[in-house]
Design a protein around this ligand. Structure first.
Ligand SMILES: Nc1ncnc2c1ncn2[C@@H]1O[C@H](COP(=O)(O)OP(=O)(O)OP(=O)(O)O)[C@@H](O)[C@H]1O
Ligand SMILES: [Mg+2]
Length: 376
């Protein structure tokens, strides 16, 4: 199968890469952008290759969103172990020969099985050994880092990474950098503001959305005639909130259609995008209508209150009640800490919201916030 071509953002990767390895990046770096706008693609296709090539670092990459059922803590530990195993030859040979799972590098020894939290081998030690085996500083990249907050192990992994960061960046340490991505939300700030967090005082960088150069490249990829003008593509891209997917879908439909006149193609693109956005919105509205009155009310109040959302505050209870009364004449719906908490859990299971730390929640997709506000 042909792989989807990628538009590379080399300048951006260079700028970020340089910042990350400089002193500015020592406390970590947080790259944010709205959902589906190209964070992971940029990290995987541009930033990591550049870091490997030009900054000669060892990369540990953990994607906390890829396997949603996996515990974020395990994913982080697993990623570090995986990298250690790549040094099979150097690190493991002695260990395997003797039938034990011990790793020994330059006077440091540890058991690979016991890397984790409270299991004997700390992440600091594992990362130190990795740096030594690689002979390079280590950069840990965590994609969708906000999900670390969804489990106790995930939170512990971040504490452990903070300890590792401080130890490995000490004057005699090998050097360590932490780079994380997250979808744009004020709630990510909790990871940066809390002094116990790995990203304490880390700069938040918003990743620029794909722009005109990307669209020019994308237009060049369209191998049919007539094709939409660049201006019309820019307008369409803006309408889908700078997300490549809806635009790609419409363009690929064009490639299958014949008989569109050159004078009509721009208009056809606008129409198709409007239709596609309306469809996405109506699917979302159906989802909202299928929720129980309390769940829908909680979601709407979250959209309304934004970063200030306080699930158990009196004024929030009143707001839930108001939304419920608008939707149903049922008066038996109980609103208390336990029912609200259950509602939040159900919304989380549906992946409409995520938990950004203890008692603090945020709506997953900023597009949903806009739509919710419009239907309130
Ligand atoms: N530079 C690019 N060139 C071509 N396609 C891109 C590029 N960046 C993103 N895309 C496309 O846009 C879609 C979303 O990209 P990606 O998964 O990287 O976004 P994301 O911000 O990480 O999303 P999520 O919020 O779900 O994590 C994918 O289909 C991807 O192929
Ligand atoms: Mg992603």
């Amino acid at each position: 199968m042909e792989k989807e071509p990628i538009f590379h953002r080399r300048d951006l990767a260079e700028r970020l890469g340089t910042q990350l390895v400089s002193r500015v990046g020592a406390s970590g770096m947080f790259v944010t952008a709205p959902r589906r706008t190209g964070k992971s693609t940029f990290i995987r296709e541009d930033l990591i290759p550049l870091l490997l090539l030009e900054h000669s670092v060892e990369i540990v990459y953990a994607d906390l969103w890829e396997d949603r059922s996996a515990n974020p803590g395990d994913v982080i530990v697993g990623a570090i172990k995986d990298r250690l195993l790549r040094y099979d030859g150097i690190v493991m040979r002695a260990a395997k020969a003797s039938g034990v799972d011990k790793i020994k590098v330059g006077g440091l020894e540890m058991s690979l099985d016991r890397v984790g939290f409270g299991k004997g081998e700390t992440l600091t030690k594992a990362l130190r050994i990795l740096a030594q085996a690689a002979g390079k500083p280590v950069v840990m990249v965590i994609d969708e880092a906000q999900h670390s907050q969804s489990s106790e192990e995930g939170r512990q992994a971040l504490y452990a990474l903070k300890a590792a960061r401080d130890a490995l960046n000490a004057s005699d340490g090998p050097g360590f950098r932490l780079l994380a991505t997250g979808s744009n939300s004020d709630k990510l700030a909790t990871l940066v503001d809390d002094k116990d967090q790995a990203f304490y005082q880390a700069p938040m960088v918003s990743l620029p959305v794909l722009g005109r150069p990307y669209l020019e490249w994308l237009r060049g990829q369209q191998l049919y005639e007539p094709k939409p003008s660049i201006e019309s593509m820019e307008m369409a891209f803006q309408m889908c909130n700078h997300r490549p997917e809806p635009l790609n879908k419409v363009l690929s439909e064009f490639s299958l259609q014949t008989g569109i006149d050159a004078s009509e193609i721009d208009q056809a693109l606008q129409k198709a995008i409007v239709k596609s956005m309306a469809r996405a919105r109506s699917i979302f509205e159906q989802q909202i209508n299928a929720l129980s009155p309390l769940d829908a009310a909680v979601l709407k109040v979250m959209a309304q209150q934004g970063a200030r959302f306080a699930p158990y505050a009196k004024h929030s209870y009143e707001a839930y009640r108001e939304f419920i009364n608008r939707e149903t004449s049922e008066t038996q719906i109980e609103i208390n800490q336990s029912t609200v908490q259950q509602a939040l859990e159900r919304l989380r299971a549906l992946q409409m919201i995520w938990r950004a730390g203890r008692g603090s929640y945020a709506i997953e997709d900023s597009q949903h916030i806009d739509w919710l506000k419009e239907i309130m």
